[in-house]
Design a protein around this ligand. Structure first.
Ligand SMILES: [Zn+2]
Length: 255
């Protein structure tokens, strides 16, 4: 009995030391998805998984992303999504436009069985889903993050130059999730901005951690605190500049 009590006390202490992962973070760390929240492979072609940004075929023509809100989207969820789109409209040349007859478009859903947040990277042709699961993904920052994948961007912490800015602590990474989530993107395209800790595409310090509280991404600058997308209301100016650079030619065609 005493042993049982000791074990119980130890278990309670362990829980207290490592609070559970906030749902809004956990839904971005789906172990079945590339880097936690990227669906399938960009371009759907083996070996080109990380090449979306390199090919103009992955860009949305004229910088316009036709969209449909799935039937699962409630009025409140729609408001959050619209706030995210508004951020793109305020800072970038991209436009999310209600779909009419376009064959390439996104449908945003909140009831996907993955119960997580995800998008493809770039336009993959046909209808492509963007998942903002009702329980955990309905935040303006999360919507902006996923939509930035949709238009062709990967994660900031997977940039090739990230080792100059952060240290990845593999000993704290959940072994069930694996280190592949921290692989550096190899086939990406530099679009003119330095590494930005505050990018909407940067995960927080506990991403894919085996225990919330054990840091996996530690900034080399000790004054920096990494904040997850769901805690933000807008993209960084440098995020916007990258979008405008990537889409300059496409947006110019619209005018
Ligand atoms: Zn992401």
């Amino acid at each position: 009995m005493r042993l049982r009590l000791v074990l119980l006390t130890a278990a309670v202490a362990a829980v207290a030391a490592f609070p559970t992962i906030p749902l809004a973070a956990k839904v971005l760390y789906n172990p079945d998805l590339f880097q936690g929240d990227i669906k399938g492979v960009a371009g759907q072609e083996a070996g080109r998984e990380r090449a979306a940004k390199l090919g103009t075929e992955f860009l949305w023509p004229w910088g316009e992303v036709p969209y449909v809100l799935g039937r699962s989207i409630t009025t409140d969820q729609s408001s959050v999504i619209q706030a995210g789109m508004k951020d793109f409209h305020a800072k970038t040349c991209l436009r999310f436009v209600p779909r009419t007859t376009e064959s390439n478009y996104i449908e945003i859903v909140s009831d996907d069985i993955s119960t997580s947040c995800w998008s493809n990277v770039g336009m993959i042709r046909g209808k492509q889903l963007v998942s903002l699961y009702s329980d955990g993904c309905i935040y303006t920052g999360t919507a902006i993050h996923e939509l930035m994948h949709t238009v062709g961007f990967f994660h900031e912490h997977n940039r090739n130059d990230r080792d100059d800015y952060v240290t990845i602590h593999s000993e704290n990474v959940d072994p069930d999730v694996g280190m592949s989530n921290f692989d550096k993107d190899e086939n990406w395209q530099y679009v003119g901005e330095d590494y930005n800790y505050a990018s909407i595409m940067h995960y927080d310090m506990y991403a894919f951690s085996k225990e919330w509280g054990l840091k996996t991404i530690v900034p080399k600058d000790p004054n920096v605190v990494l904040v997850g997308p769901f805690k933000k209301d807008s993209m960084e100016e440098s995020d916007a500049r990258q979008i405008n650079t990537l889409y300059a030619a496409e947006c110019a065609r619209r005018q």
